[in-house]
Design a protein around this ligand. Structure first.
Ligand code: MG
Length: 161
């Protein structure tokens, strides 16, 4: 049985007039992530974690930001596509642990919805996934509310030789 750890990280500026999305869950807030796709920062970190664990590449190679096809793209759909590719190579998700860093809004009231959304997209039980949130303690771009950051770590197993 092979095992692999994957690490994903992402950051987006927070700007007015954009939805604040975490793993497809829309959190009411005056600002949201700026970017080419829907810019779901947590979905992007998870995509990089699973692609990285399988040595397949990264989100920028799979879904180039300059490609007009990915303008306002649903990042959870990009996650499903990425995971299908990883899964087709025999990999199974043992667990996924995530951290979201932002000064506001509060993430805890949405945590179960976010876990459930990720579990559904990855075809696993909710107990396979956890999501935590941290503030920037008022420091730096996170603390000043200028950006939101996400980190994801996954463990994949593969029974194939
Ligand atoms: Mg991104």
């Amino acid at each position: 049985m092979k095992t692999r750890i994957g690490l994903g990280h992402d950051l987006h500026r927070l700007v007015e007039g954009r939805p604040f999305l975490l793993a497809g869950v829309h959190i009411p807030f005056p600002k949201g992530e700026e970017g080419h796709s829907d810019s779901d920062v947590l979905a992007h970190a998870v995509i990089d974690a699973v692609l990285g664990a399988a040595c397949l590449g990264d989100i920028g190679e799979f879904f180039p930001p300059e490609d007009p096809r990915y303008k306002d793209a649903d990042s959870m759909e990009l996650l499903r596509i990425s995971w299908a590719k990883v899964k087709s190579m025999g990999w199974r998700l043992s667990n996924l642990d995530c951290c979201v860093l932002c000064e506001a809004p509060k993430i805890l009231p949405f945590r179960e919805q976010i876990r459930s959304s990720l579990a559904q997209s990855l075809g696993v039980d909710i107990e396979t996934i956890f999501v935590k949130a941290k503030t920037g303690e008022g420091l730096g771009p996170i603390g000043e509310g200028l950006a939101v950051e996400a980190e994801a770590v996954c463990l994949l197993t593969n029974a194939e030789p």
